[in-house]
Design a binder for this molecule. Structure first.
Ligand SMILES: Cc1ncc(COP(=O)(O)O)c(C=O)c1O
Length: 330
């Protein structure tokens, strides 16, 4: 199928692709596959990373390097949440310790390679290194690129950061505005999915021609316009510089985290590296920032723990208008 070929071109480590309808289905199915492949029960996720609303992923955690997950939604049984171990993002030592102690029980680590769902968090080099030690313990690495795929580069964060995951999950841009998502990876793992293997997964609307056509058209445009990514980087850098200038002029504490077209202003002194750091942001100030912009015609994402996104529809003058609105609001 043509769209699968595009995915393979974007992610050269991918041999086989399975289409589904949403990011939630992609991560849920990738985790079932990891458990089926490894015959292990536990998964690891990171605090502040969001992977959709499958039961085992709606899990919060308390403090400590390793916490047994407790549900963060009604309707998720504790017995099930306990199979999700929640660690701190950007804590390589915490991850190494858990791999050493529990590695043989863990099927997979799922992670946002650049976090958008806690506001933007950028992975440190040592954290990425620790993630890539997972295969030594037979643990699969799942890069959840539902948000970053085709956004940070044509090959997403995997290309940008040189990642080597076993599986990747994709959604959002993949369907060009229609419901399409996918999980994909090495043949040996993907061949475990039915009908080739024993891990069941199917869906009436999976790979439906309408969504595939929209996705294909979108990826063709992205592939033909490779300059888009440099454009978004320039525009993002301009926005980042401007935000820092305006907030410094007003003497407000701030940290701007950005990768390409994903950007967050945290209202706290930096650095903001972990989810704990992100939670130090002054959410009252964020509310005033948000409404001040909205009153002047700029719709920033309504939570401080959500990335703002630039698109190629945005022009330099949109960035200038945003900065001008912020200056007035402040
Ligand atoms: C990184 C990530 N994974 C998974 C999902 C879930 O995708 P969906 O909303 O399509 O179910 C999201 C949604 O925002 C996401 O950002």
């Amino acid at each position: 199928m043509a769209l699968a070929k595009k995915v393979k071109r974007a992610y050269p480590f991918v041999d086989l692709v399975r289409f589904v309808n949403s990011g939630t289905e992609a991560t849920m199915s990738a985790l079932r596959l990891a458990r089926g492949y490894t015959h292990r029960p536990y998964i690891v996720k990171f605090r502040g990373n969001y992977h959709g609303h499958a039961d085992g992923l709606l899990v919060e955690a308390g403090s400590g390097a390793l916490t047994l997950g407790v549900p963060s939604s009604a309707g998720v049984p504790e017995e099930y949440a306990r199979l999700t171990l929640v660690l701190e993002y950007n804590d390589p030592e915490g991850l190494r310790e858990v791999l050493k102690r529990r590695g043989e029980e863990i099927a997979a680590i799922i992670f946002e390679p650049v976090v958008g769902n806690a506001g933007v968090l950028v992975p440190t080099e040592d954290f990425l290194k620790a993630l890539h030690e997972a295969p030594e313990f037979g643990v699969l690495l799942i890069a959840d690129e539902v948000m970053t795929g085709f956004r940070l580069a044509f090959g997403g964060a995997t290309e940008l950061l040189g990642l080597q995951p076993d599986l990747v999950t994709l959604g959002k841009i993949l369907g060009g505005g229609l419901p399409a998502a996918a999980y994909a990876g090495r043949r040996e793992v993907m061949e475990q999915v039915a009908p080739l293997g024993p891990v069941y997964q199917a869906g009436t609307l999976s790979g439906n021609p309408l969504a595939m056509a929209a996705g294909l058209a979108t990826l063709e445009i992205l592939e033909e316009n490779s300059g888009y990514y440099a454009y978004l980087e320039d525009l993002g850098a301009r926005l980042e510089r401007g935000l820092k200038e305006v907030l410094s002029e007003k003497g407000l504490p701030h940290t701007v985290n950005r990768v390409g077209s994903m950007i967050t202003v945290f209202f706290t002194e930096g650095p903001v590296v972990t989810f704990q750091d992100a939670k130090r942001t002054d959410t009252e100030l964020f509310k005033r920032f948000f409404h001040g912009l909205l009153d002047r015609g700029i719709y920033w994402p309504p939570s401080n723990f959500e990335a703002a996104f630039l698109s190629v529809a945005h022009k330099e003058e949109d960035v200038e208008r945003t900065l001008e609105a912020l200056r007035k609001a402040l």
